[in-house]
Design a protein around this ligand. Sequence first.
Ligand code: URA
Length: 190
Amino acid sequence: MSAQDQQAKLDQIKADILQKNVCPNLAKTAKQLVMGDGNPDADILFIGEAPGKKEDEQGKPFVGAAGKFLNEMLALIDLKREDIYITNIVKYRPPNNRDPEPDEKEAFLPYLAEQIAVIKPKLIVLLGRHSMESLIPGLKISQVHGEPKRYNGQVYLPLFHPAAALYNGGMRQTLIDDFMRIPTILEKIK
Ligand code: URA
């Protein structure tokens, strides 16, 4: 499948979410649906939690403070946003950036699975515990961050969420150290 065909399929997933009116409570308070961004043929797929204020305004994931930090870490491993694909579990901003509810995460999960099936990444980087719990349940992020996990044939790398680590010196350095392992982990999957 060409990258163009992959993008067309991703556009169809977005149209399905809108047409089926997924999570109408969040749709009502959010400005817009925030699907994903980047290269639909990427080796690495990053999955965050849910859009925040900036993402809700701009319609793209990780464009606020956490996104800026993420871009800095990508630069450390010689990657740009155009080299990766990035999305969230929940595709509408929860009011006042509250944590997404379990039923909200569940409602979007089939569409996330479809996105993964189209992109077919070698590595899925899970940003934070919400993202980890939705895809590889039963683990503690404090114990498994930075360790690649193979689950149902897919390799995942759980990391601390950049927003949580942004203003916490120790966690920030741990996240950077974990992040720097991505090229080696990817190399081993190939
Ligand atoms: N935090 C997330 O989890 N996702 C975004 O898109 C922005 C901030």
